[in-house]
Ligand binder design. Structure first.
Ligand code: ADP
Ligand code: MG
Length: 332
């Protein structure tokens, strides 16, 4: 066997990206021309999001390529979910240090599997060489005027979060420890650690929940920077404050057993990379929420309330902690 022959830019596109994801009748022209031609649904608005992932910054170096492909799309689908939109089309601008067909096949499998399940067609992109990074753009649609925004919350609205925040941040910690060679875990603990690592590597965007929240939530955001920071963004955009009952945070058993209660709460509040939805619902809409989005089908939990006083209050065991509203900032 000789070493695999290196492949060129056009072969990369043809082999891995020419027909990835869902086949959609509204794609008049996909990959292959200077631009894609798409037919938005009549009466709909487009929601457009984009996010960049850089190796070593947004995911550890030498991450499984399928996970990198999945996350590149998932973080964008999560923004689409937070707007309440239905995703339709994606663009992928990919920068690669080398054309490794095995890596590309796995990357495309991770991206394509999620795209397929979310009904998204890859309709174009760009392929360049350089340090590993990718910028994905996703377009979604929704009935005109129904998008969820960050700025609609009012004092008295109830605050919810989906899923079990903190798991992904703990999973990333384990990834980093494993790479540093400081981890030696076996048995049940290893199964838990694997489950947490999967939460970082394969976040599941809450698309059905986001679409279901149209006409119910007064504000919505996806949790990427940490629940406290992102809830704070809803409050700041809405011109109100937020109060979170820390003991009501939905913590997974795996996280509690692996990290202990105190650290589990810290990670749930400040960890990031959850890609869950945090949303506010006016009291008058709570019955509709429970009816349209039963918790058994779409796990979410009440964690606090929007307040008239600005800023953030955390309540822990009867104690009240005032917190400055901060999140991850790439330039600090
Ligand atoms: P141009 O030079 O006209 O910009 P390119 O050679 O960059 O064209 O791309 C050729 C076609 O392949 C275009 O339709 C483009 O959208 C698509 N494409 C390039 N890279 C990717 C990629 N990573 N994923 C999906 N489509 C891609
Ligand atoms: Mg191009």
């Amino acid at each position: 066997m000789t070493a695999a022959t290196p492949i060129g830019e056009f072969e990369i596109i043809e082999r891995f990206f020419a027909s990835l994801g869902a086949r959609r009748g509204d794609v008049v022209l996909g990959v292959g021309d200077d631009g894609a031609i798409l037919t938005p649904r009549a009466g709909c608005e487009l929601v457009v999001v984009t996010d960049t992932l850089i190796e070593g910054r947004h995911f550890p170096a030498a991450s499984p390529p399928a996970s990198v492909g999945h996350r590149a799309l998932a973080v964008n689908l999560s923004d689409i979910a937070a707007m309440g939109a239905e995703p339709a089309w994606a663009l992928l601008a990919l920068t690669l240090p080398r054309a490794d067909p095995a890596w590309l096949a796995e990357f495309a499998r991770g991206f394509g599997t999620l795209a397929q399940s979310a009904g998204v067609a890859l309709v174009g992109g760009d392929t360049t060489s350089g340090p590993l990074s990718m910028t994905v753009t996703v377009l979604g649609q929704l009935p005109a005027g129904t998008a969820l925004r960050r700025n609609g919350a009012r004092a008295g609205d109830v605050l919810f979060v989906s899923g079990t925040p903190g798991d992904a941040a703990r999973g990333l910690q384990h990834d980093i420890m494993a790479q540093a060679g400081t981890a030696s875990i076996a048995g049940d603990a290893a199964t838990r650690v694997d489950a947490l690592r999967q939460r970082f590597r394969y976040p599941m965007p809450r698309l059905q929940l986001g679409m279901g929240l149209r006409g119910i939530a007064s504000a919505c955001i996806d949790v990427s920077d940490g629940l406290a920071a992102d809830a704070g963004k809803i409050a700041a955009a809405s011109g109100c404050g937020v109060s979170i009952d820390v003991q009501s945070l939905p913590l997974s058993t795996a996280l509690l057993q692996d990290a202990g209660e105190a650290q589990a709460r810290d990670l749930a509040l400040c960890g990031g990379d959850d890609y869950e939805l945090c949303f506010a619902v006016p009291a008058a809409q709570l019955a509709l929420l429970a009816q349209r989005l039963p918790v058994a089908a779409h796990p979410y939990q009440r964690i606090g309330v929007m307040t008239a006083a600005p800023g953030m209050q955390l309540h822990v065991a009867g104690q009240r902690i005032e917190l400055p509203v901060t999140g991850f900032d790439h330039f600090r």
